[in-house]
Design a protein around this ligand. Sequence first.
Ligand SMILES: Cc1ncc(COP(=O)(O)O)c(C=O)c1O
Length: 414
Amino acid sequence: MSSYLAQRPKGGRFANVLRAGAAASAISGAGAMYLLHRINAIRHHPPAALRRLRGDASNPLFDLYPALADRIPWRPLASLPTPVEELPGPDGDVRLFVKRDDLSAPSYGGNKVRKLEHFLADAELSGSRTLITLGGIGSNHALATATHGQALGLDVDLVLYDQPMTPAVARNLGGFLAAGARLHVAHSIPRAFVTCGALFRRHAGEGKAPYFIMVGGTSRLGCIGHVSAAIELARQVADGLLPEPDRLFVPLGTCGTAAGLIAGLKIAGLRTRVVAVRVADAFPANRTTLRYLAQDVGDFLHRCDPAVPRIWIHPHDFDVVTHHYGEGYGVPTAAGERAIRWAEPRLSLDTTYSGKALAACLEQIATISGETTVLFWNTYNSAPIATPTDWAGLPAELGFALESHTLHARRHDA
Ligand SMILES: Cc1ncc(COP(=O)(O)O)c(C=O)c1O
């Protein structure tokens, strides 16, 4: 037998296919872990530069653990604390409150502002003048990035993938242009990542030091914003503004908001159970990612400052409700629309995120017996969205989709 044959792995062609498959999955798994590590790594900046940027401002997390302020980039953007209000309505022993994160900023509020307080600080300290991010064509994260980025004088590139056209999507498209963002259409999520990579290389080649923000603003740094939000809530409970909530309902998209809240509630010592209502595809909105992100941000904060309690996130610590997702991302559901009408005129909700989360909340409330405090975390901006004076920056395919939507709506109203 030749030495070549003697060294051939045993098992024939089938075994070779299996080995090749295992090798490919190990390589792609390692690649995914490496990317995650890169995306989640939080850069080191000199403490003096961090101090200069935040000025005299602080946040509930830094108030409790001041050492974190010298490690975590943060600049104030939001008007905090956001109010908590009691909503009249549910019968029986249930009290329903709402956390008005829709009011988190007068220019553009909602949940993304708390994430951007960290990203925009990191971008500035890294010397970046151009932000690149991605989202659906009606992405609230993209609009928040464009609005708050522009206010700081940054250029913003938004890479957009398809989602169903609704009135809210049409409004956000106008908002992107009013904020001066450059729009790039990529249709699918994988293509959007490829386009982000190409834009990043192009800007870097031109010496513009671009700054990439992950889809939905979800990464370790982004999650920290909602750890602080949970501590803000704990203060409001301590101040007697509401009883300690038994359940907290929040939409689950890229998981960053819910993960930060889960970790923050544990750090703050509240027993509130997060009920995350899935409103996006199972990838990325799933229990495993949610638990990973919550544990990861908790571990990071404890490593930075051992005064932060060590927390363990168990699979049974939170709930994920999936049946309000409906037919897809951005596709309205009847229950979501009913919930939106129920909350009007007090709250102005959307069909993609907050309407579905409130629908799940009202559904559960109807089954609860005994004294219970429920908190609905309103993540949807309620500030008016600017309309552009000029639609010239709208890519042709988006203009076409917008036009047929407007025509359809007019015919429907006629
Ligand atoms: C209004 C609103 N609510 C909730 C979410 C979900 O937040 P996350 O992506 O952090 O899970 C988003 C995300 O885009 C959003 O725009």
